[in-house]
Design a protein around this ligand. Structure first.
Ligand SMILES: [Zn+2]
Length: 451
C-alpha cells in the first residue's frame, strides 16, 4: 500500500514540511501541498506531529509476564535477579513466551517504538528452540522490527540467580552452534532488515570465561553480527573483575575484544572517568535505561560525559519486571529530566533525547534504513495526536509528546510502510484472545513455582 500523509503540525528533522509520501514502504517525497495520486491512501495528520519510530536498544520481553513480583519490589539488582527473572524463566513455555512477547511488543508499539532489541537470555543446557521461535513469531505477527540479542551463560559463576535456581549453563560450543542456527534461520544482513541476531551473553563479567568472550567476539565479527551485554549496572561487576582478573570491568572488556563500534552495553551506571575515556575512544555504545536504574536503586548512568567522550548514547526500556510501565516514551521523558536533576536546566535538550531514541539507536543496531525521516529511508513513522486537552495548552508542539510523557496518544504507526497502529489500536492484536490465553498460561507458571 502507498500512502500520502498530509498536513502534519510538525515533522522531526523536516522543519518546513508537513506532508510525507510513502511508496513501497519507502519515504519517497517530503514537502508541502503534495498532491494525492490514484494508487495511494490518504492519512490525515492534522493536529499530529511525526517522529521516526523509537528504537529501543535494550528490552527483556519475557519479563512482561513478571511485573511487580512482590519478592522483588524492594530489592537491588542481585537479589532481584535471583528472586524474579531467574526464579521464573526456567519454567517458561513457548506459549507463555509468545504471549509475553506479544504484550511487551504491544507496549512498545503503543509508546512509539517501531524497532525493539530484545535481550533474550532464556537459554540453558536443555533449551529447545521453540522458546526463541515464539519471540520471532510474535514480532512477525505484529509487524515490529526485532533484533534478538541472544543471551545466556556458559558458566554458572557467582551469579546469584543461576546458583539459587540451579540453572545449568550451555557449553560455549553448544551456544555458538545454536546461535548459528538462529542466524541462518532468521538474521537479515541487508540495510532494511526486519530481523537481526546479536551475540549477547547475559553479562560479560559473570556469564562467561574470558576465552568464551573471545570466541563470541570472533564468531560475531566473522559474520558481521553486533555484540551486546549488560555491564556495570551495579559495582559488583567492578569488584568481580578486579578480584578475578586484576583489572577494571572496562579494561577486562577491552582485553577480551569486547569494545568497539559494533558493541553496546546496557546500563554502564558505575563507570569511572577512566572507563568513559576508554569506552569513548573505542566508540562503544550504551543503552541508557533510566527507569530500571531508578527502580533497582542502581544510580544514574553518566551518559552526558559518555557522549562527550565519543560514545553513542541510545535508550532502552529494559524488562518490564524492573520497568513496569514498559514504555519507551517514559524513558525518553525521564532521560530528558533526570540529568537536569544532577547538572542543571541546560544539561539535556529535547532534540538530543529524540536523537538518542531514534537515530542513535538505529546506528547502534546498524540498521541504516531507519532512525530519521528522510527521502529513501524506510517508512517507520509515528504520528502523535495532539488534538486532546492534554496538549491544547502546550506551546512547544514538535516535542510535545516527549514533554507530556505518558499516556501517548498515537494516531498511526507504520513500520516499513505498513500500518501497525491505527487510532491507538494495534491492528494485528486480538486483545480478548490474548487476555484469556495469557491468564491461563500465567496460572500454569505460578503452579510450577509453588509446586
Ligand atoms: Zn537488562
Amino acid at each position: 500500500m502507498n500512502y500520502l500523509i498530509k498536513n502534519a503540525e510538525a515533522i522531526a528533522g523536516q522543519p518546513t514540511a508537513c506532508d510525507i509520501r510513502i511508496q513501497n514502504g519507502i519515504i519517497s517525497e517530503i514537502g508541502n501541498e503534495l498532491k494525492s495520486q490514484s494508487d495511494e491512501q490518504l492519512i490525515d495528520a492534522s493536529s499530529c506531529v511525526i517522529y521516526p519510530g523509537f528504537v529501543n536498544t535494550h528490552h527483556h520481553l519475557a519479563q512482561s509476564a513478571l511485573k511487580g513480583i512482590p519478592a522483588g519490589l524492594n530489592q537491588g539488582l542481585g537479589e532481584w535477579l535471583a528472586s524474579v527473572p531467574y526464579t521464573y524463566w526456567p519454567h517458561f513455555t513457548p506459549e507463555l513466551m509468545y504471549d509475553a512477547a506479544l504484550i511487551g511488543l504491544s507496549e512498545q508499539l503503543r509508546s512509539g517504538v517501531t524497532t525493539c532489541a530484545d535481550h533474550h537470555y532464556l537459554y540453558h543446557a536443555n533449551t529447545t528452540p521453540e522458546l526463541e521461535d515464539a519471540l520471532w513469531q510474535a514480532a512477525d505477527d505484529l509487524g515490529v522490527r526485532l533484533v534478538l540479542c541472544r543471551g545466556g551463560a556458559t558458566v554458572q559463576g557467582t551469579h546469584k540467580g543461576m546458583l539459587k535456581n540451579n540453572i545449568v549453563p550451555e557449553s560455549i560450543d553448544l551456544a555458538i552452534q545454536r546461535i548459528d542456527n538462529s542466524r541462518q534461520k532468521y538474521h537479515q544482513q541487508h540495510c532494511n532488515a526486519m530481523r537481526r541476531v546479536v551475540v549477547s551473553p547475559t553479562t560479560i563479567v559473570h556469564s562467561c570465561q574470558p576465552d568464551d568472550l573471545k570466541t563470541y567476539a570472533e564468531y560475531a565479527r566473522s559474520h558481521q553480527l553486533k555484540l551486546h551485554s549488560h555491564l556495570l549496572e551495579v559495582d559488583f561487576d567492578e569488584t568481580q573483575a578486579q578480584q578475578k582478573y586484576g583489572m577494571s570491568a572496562v579494561e577486562y572488556a577491552h582485553s577480551v575484544n569486547w569494545l568497539g563500534e559494533d558493541v553496546w552495553f546496557a546500563h554502564i551506571v558505575q563507570a569511572t572517568e577512566k572507563d568513559i575515556k576508554i569506552l569513548g575512544e573505542t566508540k562503544t555504545g550504551i543503552a541508557h535505561c533510566p527507569t530500571s536504574n531508578c527502580r533497582l536503586g542502581s544510580g544514574i548512568a553518566p551518559v552526558l560525559a559518555m557522549e562527550k567522550a565519543g560514545m553513542t548514547v541510545s535508550i532502552g526500556v529494559d524488562g518490564s519486571a524492573s520497568s513496569e510501565s514498559g514504555s519507551m516514551l517514559q524513558e525518553v521523558n525521564l532521560s530528558w529530566l533526570i540529568h537536569r536533576s544532577q547538572f542543571g536546566a541546560t544539561a539535556t535538550n529535547l532534540e538530543q533525547c529524540l536523537k538518542w531514541s531514534t537515530k542513535n539507536g538505529a546506528k547502534i543496531l546498524g540498521i541504516e534504513s531507519i532512525g530519521e525521516i528522510k527521502i529513501g529511508q524506510a517508512a517507520d513513522l509515528v504520528l502523535y495526536n495532539l488534538d486532546h486537552y492534554r496538549y491544547h495548552g502546550m506551546h512547544e508542539r514538535l516535542y510535545a509528546p516527549i514533554l507530556g510523557g505518558e499516556p501517548a496518544l498515537i494516531k498511526t504507526s507504520l513500520v516499513n510502510g505498513r500500518i501497525l497502529v491505527e487510532n491507538g489500536q494495534i491492528t494485528q492484536l486480538d486483545e480478548t484472545a490474548l487476555k484469556y490465553r495469557f491468564i491461563q498460561n500465567l496460572a500454569k507458571l505460578k503452579q510450577k513455582i509453588t509446586a
